[in-house]
Design a protein around this ligand. Structure first.
Ligand SMILES: [Fe+2]
Length: 313
C-alpha cells in the first residue's frame, strides 16, 4: 500500500481556543499556536477558526517519493487533480472538499505504556501490591489520533477517492457498501465512510492506553458536561476496539479507543477475516445501552448544511 499512516487532522470550529483548551485538559500538549500533540507526536490535532465545524485537512504519510508519484497517477485515473511540490502531494476530497495532504515520512513511534500485571482465574500476576489501575490520579492522556469518520451523501464516490485514488485498503464493508472501513496503516481502520445527507464529520478518534484510561478520561469529560456522553463504553465488533464516544465543546463527536485489531498481512486479512456483508445494526460486542441518535448523524446536521452552503461548498 502506498500510504503508511495517518499523521494528523485539522479541525475547523468557530471557537478554536475552547476546543484546544478542552484537549489540553485531557492531557494533550499545545505545541504551536493552533497545534495539539501527544507525548510522542507533536502534531495530532490542528485547530483552525471557521464558521462551522468540519474537518478541513487530513494529513497522511507515505514511505518514499515514488509513492507520491504513484498516488498522483492513481488520482489522475479517477479524475482527481493533485499537485506535488517539495515532497508534499495535495488534493481535495471530491465530495467533502477538505484538503488531503500526503507527505513522505512517518509519525514517531509510540512509547508503550508500562506493562500491567493482571490477575484472573487461575492466574496471579500481581500479588502483594495494588494495581496501578486503582490509582485514579494517574494521568491518562490520549496517545495519538487514530481515525476519522466521514458522513457522505455519496459513499461509493468517497470510498473510491480514498481506496482507488489515495490507496487505502478496505478492511470491512457494511451491508454491501452502505459503509466502508478503510486503513492506511496497520490499524483496522483509519477511516470509516458512512451515509449522511451532506458531507460531515461523524467523529475523530484518539487512542488511549487501555480501558482504564478510556474510563478515566471519559468520566472526567462527563464531570465537566454530564450531557457529553453519546455512546459507551463498550467494545466494537468491527475493529474490536474498546470505545467511548463523547461530544467535545464544539459539538463534534470524538471517540476514546483502545485495543484495535492490527493488520500486518493484507492478503491474510482479505482471505480470512474481511467480510462485505456486516449487519449495520450489530455495532458492539457489548455496550451499556443504545447510543443517542447523534451517534449516526450530528444533531446539528441542518445547521452544518446551511453553514456549508453559506460558505459556498
Ligand atoms: Fe471510531
Amino acid at each position: 500500500m502506498p500510504l503508511c499512516d495517518l499523521m494528523d487532522l485539522e479541525l475547523t470550529v468557530p471557537d478554536p481556543d475552547g476546543l484546544a483548551a478542552f484537549w489540553e485538559r485531557r492531557g494533550m500538549v499545545r505545541t504551536g499556536p493552533s497545534t495539539l500533540g501527544t507525548a510522542d507526536r507533536p502534531s495530532q490535532l490542528r485547530i483552525a477558526e471557521g464558521t462551522y465545524r468540519h474537518v478541513s485537512e487530513v494529513r497522511l504519510a507515505c514511505t518514499d517519493g515514488s509513492d507520491l508519484v504513484a498516488i498522483a497517477a492513481r488520482l489522475e485515473r479517477i479524475g482527481v487533480a493533485s499537485s506535488t511540490a517539495d515532497g508534499v502531494l495535495r488534493c481535495h476530497d471530491p465530495i467533502a472538499d477538505h484538503e488531503v495532504v500526503v507527505e513522505v515520512g512517518a509519525p514517531a513511534a509510540l512509547t508503550p505504556p508500562p506493562a500491567r500485571q493482571v490477575n484472573g482465574p487461575g492466574r496471579q500476576e500481581r500479588v502483594n501490591r495494588r494495581s496501578s489501575g486503582s490509582v485514579p490520579t494517574t494521568s491518562a492522556p490520549p496517545r495519538r489520533v487514530g481515525h476519522v469518520v466521514f458522513g457522505s451523501p455519496d459513499v461509493a464516490a468517497t470510498v473510491a477517492f480514498y481506496r482507488d485514488g489515495l490507496g487505502f485498503q478496505v478492511s470491512d464493508v457494511i451491508d454491501g457498501g452502505i459503509g466502508c472501513f478503510l486503513r492506511c496503516s496497520t490499524d483496522h481502520h483509519n477511516l470509516l465512510v458512512m451515509p449522511a445527507p451532506v458531507p460531515c464529520m461523524n467523529h475523530y478518534a484518539m487512542e488511549m492506553d487501555d480501558l482504564d484510561a478510556i474510563g478515566l478520561a471519559g468520566t472526567r469529560v462527563v464531570a465537566e458536561r454530564p450531557e457529553a456522553s453519546v455512546y459507551g463504553p463498550g467494545r466494537h465488533v468491527l475493529g474490536a476496539n474498546l470505545f467511548w464516544y463523547l461530544l467535545d465543546p464544539a459539538g463534534g463527536m470524538f471517540e476514546l479507543f483502545a485495543d484495535m485489531d492490527q493488520i500486518t498481512d493484507d492478503e491474510a486479512w482479505a482471505t480470512d477475516e474481511r467480510r462485505d456483508d456486516w449487519d449495520p445494526f450489530t455495532i458492539a460486542a457489548w455496550e451499556p445501552g443504545p447510543s443517542k441518535p447523534d451517534f449516526f448523524l450530528p444533531a446539528d446536521i441542518d445547521d452544518l448544511a446551511r453553514a456549508r452552503d453559506a460558505a459556498g461548498r
